[in-house]
Write a protein that binds this ligand. Structure first.
Ligand code: SF4
Length: 56
């Protein structure tokens, strides 16, 4: 199945999480991109020209 071309499916994207009081983590709707430089991105931001599909 083809992945949607958004930041969340790109190998340069690092997901952000919130730590809950009970010690578990919840995924945020955002993260950061490290290529070609560090920047904030929402999970569903449309892919840019540097997009590379993340391998699972
Ligand atoms: S901004 Fe571009 S390189 Fe960065 S995570 Fe999104 S698609 Fe990938």
């Amino acid at each position: 199945m083809e992945q949607e071309r958004i930041c969340q499916t790109c190998k340069h994207f690092y997901q952000h999480y919130i730590k809950l009081a009970r010690g578990t983590y919840n995924m945020c709707g955002s993260g950061h991109c490290v290529h070609p430089r560090l920047k904030f991105r929402y999970n569903n931001t449309k892919a840019c020209q540097h997009y590379v599909l993340k391998e699972n």
